[in-house]
Design a protein around this ligand. Structure first.
Ligand SMILES: Cc1cc2nc3c(=O)[nH]c(=O)nc-3n(C[C@H](O)[C@H](O)[C@H](O)COP(=O)(O)O)c2cc1C
Length: 161
């Protein structure tokens, strides 16, 4: 099975998560920045894993651009979605904490765009927390990533058998 991991990252935290996933997902993997996406890259992968930082409750502009791109199709492709985000408890402003809990995260949007494009979405999106606004990632991230990646490995195993 070939897995393509696509990410965007402003401060490097989402890239680190993407690298952790790359180290734990079984089979052949390729890690690419979202800006490098082509239809041929997508077509050559059996599974996609896509990740973005949450910025203003959304994925980055680059991620949005490529997930909504009219000439790129994700039809029938199994896609697993993750984001990085801040813990509302780390935010000083009560108003911002309210909005962060009320509005969604990058992963929810990405899942929505991919659903509209006909992708297969076997799991709900997952969020990994950074401490503060710019990171670093929480110490527990590697364990959380391994657990999530195990679910992707299980999915791929089921498909092979
Ligand atoms: C301008 C800006 C907007 C942000 N908006 C949100 C947000 O809406 N929700 C959230 O949980 N975190 C938000 N964050 C925190 C980012 O999610 C965090 O910087 C990101 O996960 C770090 O990933 P990266 O290092 O890959 O860029 C914001 C950070 C910045 C700088």
């Amino acid at each position: 099975m070939k897995t393509l991991i696509l990410y965007d990252s402003v401060f490097g935290n989402t890239l680190k998560v993407a690298e952790m996933i790359e180290n734990h997902v079984r089979g052949e993997t390729s890690l690419r920045h979202f800006g490098e996406v082509t239809q041929s890259l997508i077509d050559h992968a059996n599974v996609l894993i896509v990740g973005s930082p949450t910025r203003g409750f959304m994925p980055t502009d680059t991620v949005r651009h490529y997930l909504k791109h009219p000439e790129i199709t994700y039809e029938g492709k199994p896609c697993f979605v993750f984001d990085t985000r801040m813990d509302p408890d780390d935010v000083n402003s009560a108003l911002l904490r309210f909005f962060m809990r009320k509005f969604k995260h990058a992963g929810d949007r990405m899942q929505h765009y991919l659903d509209k494009k006909g992708a297969l979405l076997p799991l709900s999106p997952i969020g990994f927390y950074v401490t503060g606004r710019e990171g670093p990632l929480r110490e527990s991230t590697l364990d959380e990533v391994k657990t999530w990646t195990d679910s992707i490995n299980d999915y791929m195993n089921d498909k092979k058998n």
